[in-house]
Design a protein. Structure first.
Length: 89
């Protein structure tokens, strides 16, 4: 079995068995939203052959500021959509 073979899990099919694990990128804007840099970053991983990409976490409350440029979940909707669209293109 090759890691480049597709993998079906729960009715969804990943184009390969290569998984990209989550980590902090610090690519966000000062307003804590996701940026075009995030989109390009994850898109490169998808184009490079990753079949499953787990994106970084986001703070769920404005008082949570654990490190610089941590995404804030309330501001991430459009960014997550852009990342998903880029990775599935």
């Amino acid at each position: 079995m090759s890691i480049s073979r597709s993998l079906t899990i729960g009715g969804r099919t990943a184009p390969s068995r290569i998984m990209f694990g989550p980590h902090v990128t610090n690519l966000g804007d000062d307003d804590r939203s996701l940026t075009s840099r995030h989109v390009a970053y994850y898109e490169r991983r998808a184009r490079g052959g990753c079949g499953v990409i787990v994106v970084e976490g986001a703070s769920v409350h404005t008082s949570d500021w654990p490190y610089e440029r941590a995404p804030l979940a309330a501001k991430c909707g459009p960014g997550w959509r852009a990342i998903a669209d880029a990775c599935h293109a």
